[in-house]
Design a protein around this ligand. Structure first.
Ligand code: MG
Length: 275
């Protein structure tokens, strides 16, 4: 009788903890915000915690090549030469480890020395194999086009965060159409076709910045419009800037690695810059 009673108590205790745990998963707060402005032209708020998560699509194994087109501007190869990059105009303070450039937490963003307008950019990245932190704290970096328009880099493999801040998002503006992330420690790629914004002489926006982004070979943005430079918790808005800008990579406190970075210039403005 005592044994049956003990078993019953054990069952009840187990059921209680199971229910409490399951409840925590269902009802726990999702990362994000509900007190931020509505994104112009959308029904969601900036970093909206209620925005639906993009569907996960396994991109399959990576097929990487060291090859690049003959007219590519090489920004990083496997030689360990970081001279295309700088930290505030001085030598880039990031490391070169096992054939890749690694963000040194606390050392700040790095930028290309050259400026570019419309480009085709190829870049490979790897979030840390050792999983630490959650949401925006896990494997965070970013590719800033013209130092303003961020394509987010984040470990979004089984790591919920607000959808407009997950890997491959136009940060704070557009989630990727699907989540094509590989797991932590695996190499991934972005192929980005970027069109710089155009402004009139008076500073009016004639056409916004746009990008098509392939994440691990999968289209996640198709000629999508940036609503302005990237901002955090606020509405983006344009102000006039030059026809070219540097590409920067973000130090967000995580040792993200990058390798095989190259681009092709697609416009006259940036071509004339280099002459
Ligand atoms: Mg970032």
């Amino acid at each position: 009788m005592i044994r049956i009673k003990n078993t019953l108590i054990l069952l009840l205790v187990t059921a209680f903890f199971f229910t409490a745990f399951a409840g925590a998963i269902d009802d726990g707060p999702r990362p994000g915000y509900r007190d931020t402005p509505i994104i112009p032209g959308q029904k969601w708020r900036v970093h909206d915690s209620e925005r639906p998560y993009p569907v996960v699509v396994d991109p399959g194994p990576g097929t990487f090549s060291k090859g690049r087109p003959a007219d590519a501007v090489v920004l990083l190869d496997d030689s360990g030469d970081l001279s295309a990059w700088s930290s505030g105009g001085k030598e880039a303070r990031w490391a070169f480890v096992e054939g890749a450039m690694e963000a040194r937490p606390g050392s700040g963003n790095i930028s290309t020395r050259e400026s570019f307008g419309d480009i085709q950019l190829h870049i490979e990245f790897r979030t840390p194999p050792e999983v630490k932190g959650s949401s925006q704290g896990r494997g965070n970096s970013g590719v800033f086009l013209m130092e303003r328009y961020e394509i987010q880099v984040l470990d979004s493999y089984e790591n919920p965060t607000y959808p407009d801040g997950q890997c491959a998002a136009f940060y704070g503006q557009w989630p990727p159409s699907v989540n094509a992330c590989r797991g932590p420690g695996q190499w991934q790629s972005y192929d980005i076709l970027f069109t710089a914004p155009r402004f009139s002489g008076e500073g009016l926006l004639l056409s916004p910045a746009r990008a098509t982004v392939l994440h691990n070979g999968i289209v996640v943005h198709d000629h999508r419009e940036f609503l302005g430079p990237t901002s955090h918790r606020s509405k983006p808005s344009y102000s006039k800037h030059g026809p070219t800008g540097k590409i920067s990579l973000q130090d967000h406190g995580n040792p993200i690695r990058f390798r095989n970075v190259w681009l092709r210039r697609l416009d006259d403005a940036s071509r004339s810059d280099s002459r």
